[in-house]
Design a protein around this ligand. Structure first.
Ligand code: FES
Length: 99
């Protein structure tokens, strides 16, 4: 579904969108857009409110780090990856989580 428009999120920025009832963080990195659950797998921290450095997001609660592109854990205390979603651009629409 369409969740944002191209140009809406600056490079290095993030927008929280909703897929059904799930909050999803849509990041704009230099090489494109990436989407992951806005929910840290350690204790539910809001990842979009964390610090983004390159492609690494640090959870604002206890500092777990994840690769925004893959959802992989890069730093404790989280141990489970964050689910990610494919993103595609159609015209000026950014779409996430189509069937
Ligand atoms: S909730 Fe994210 S590190 Fe604890």
């Amino acid at each position: 579904m369409t969740v944002a428009r191209v140009g809406e999120i600056p490079v290095g920025g993030v927008k929280v969108v909703r897929l059904e009832d799930q909050p999803v963080a849509l990041f704009h990195l230099e090489d494109g857009y990436y989407a992951m659950d806005d929910l840290c797998t350690h204790d539910g921290g809001p990842l979009a409110e964390g610090t983004l450095e390159g492609a690494v997001i640090e959870c604002p609660r206890h500092g777990a780090r994840f690769d925004v592109r893959s959802g992989a854990v890069l730093g404790l205390p989280a141990t489970a990856p964050v689910p990610t979603y494919q993103v595609r651009i159609e015209g000026d629409e950014i779409q996430v989580g189509w069937a």
